[in-house]
Design a protein. Structure first.
Length: 318
């Protein structure tokens, strides 16, 4: 097992005028070489905050309290800012949620990719242009379109450009942060197919952040499920589909339509996600859990291994 990214005991808080938001609490996971890991959960559960923390992109009032994020022997949370700037793009990169906001409207898409390459690699302008054209063709965009501006592209094409830009310096790890959100179903499928093809052909390690459970289960080898700032279950896709152990994981699956079983009754999870300014004592899911016990209301369950590679944070399901 070759782990390219290891996150251990990550804590991230936001210090607001109304109180401290415990956005990420004791999050641990790893990413193996050549795999696609799905990080899923409801909006506001902390998925993007985890990534911003790892990449040192977190802005005030957010602050990483403690933890480690090891990438190739470097702790991303402790390394000097200059070293982090060199690692971004070359070792780890991000496909942003909104390509519309990621692309500069006054520069051609090709110039923006070329700029990223020249900033991080010592190659000639001609070599950077050739690589840019190859990247665009790899994501299904004709190379001559490098001279086009973002407004000349559809939403799906902009997202493909964002993927090409993330691959500009041949990183080991690529993080896709809700990169299909806002796209129509067919375009979503095309973007996901491109990511899967790139994973296989380039041996990329990808973290796919999403709230779309069916999509994640269809393409990811492993899945980590977050709830209210914590990872509640993590394992292979097969383990989480066939034997979900945490009540929240079970609830997500019960609420997901099944195209192969049109008569399946979808059941929503009762209640709402707790406010993280003043999270509940004990298990953060206990206010919505149908299997809650007295212990759940006073003690936070640790994330422990119940089967090989299958981790659950639950006194009942674990």
């Amino acid at each position: 097992m070759n782990k390219v990214l290891v996150v251990e005991n990550l804590h991230t808080h936001f210090f607001t005028a109304n109180g401290v938001v415990e956005a990420v609490e004791n999050v641990s996971f790893h990413l193996e070489k050549g795999e696609m890991l799905g990080l899923i959960g409801e909006s506001g559960c902390g998925k993007s905050t985890v990534i911003q923390s790892i990449l040192r992109l977190l802005e005030y009032p957010g602050k990483v309290i403690s933890g480690k994020a090891m990438l190739g022997g470097v702790d991303l949370l402790q390394a000097p800012a200059e070293q982090i700037e060199k690692l971004r793009w070359k070792s780890i990169s991000v496909i942003p949620q909104s390509a519309m906001n990621a692309l500069n409207p006054v520069f051609t898409v090709g110039d923006q990719i070329v700029e990223a390459i020249l900033l991080h690699e010592k190659i000639t302008m001609g070599e950077a242009i050739r690589r840019t054209e190859q990247l665009l063709e790899r994501v299904g965009i004709p190379k001559q379109r490098r001279k086009s501006y973002p407004h000349e592209f559809s939403g799906g094409m902009k997202q493909r450009v964002a993927i090409a830009m993330a691959l500009a310096c041949n990183p080991q790890v690529v993080i896709s942060d809700e990169s299909t959100t806002g796209l129509d179903v067919l375009t979503q499928a095309q973007v996901i197919a491109i990511l899967k093809d790139l994973q296989r052909s380039m041996d990329l390690s990808i973290i796919l952040i999403s709230h779309d459970l069916p999509m994640v289960t269809a393409i990811c080898e492993r899945i980590a499920i977050m709830y209210a700032g914590k990872i509640v279950e993590c394992g292979t896709t097969e383990q989480l589909i066939t034997n979900p152990r945490h009540p929240y994981s079970q609830g997500l699956l019960a609420a997901t339509p099944d195209i192969n079983d049109p008569e399946k009754e979808c059941r929503s999870i009762p209640g709402t996600v707790p406010l993280l300014i003043n999270p509940p004592i004990g298990c953060r899911f206990h206010t919505r859990c149908q299997h809650v016990q007295d212990k759940c209301m006073v003690e936070s369950p640790p994330l422990r291994e119940v089967h090989e590679g299958h981790f659950v944070s639950c006194f009942v399901g674990g």
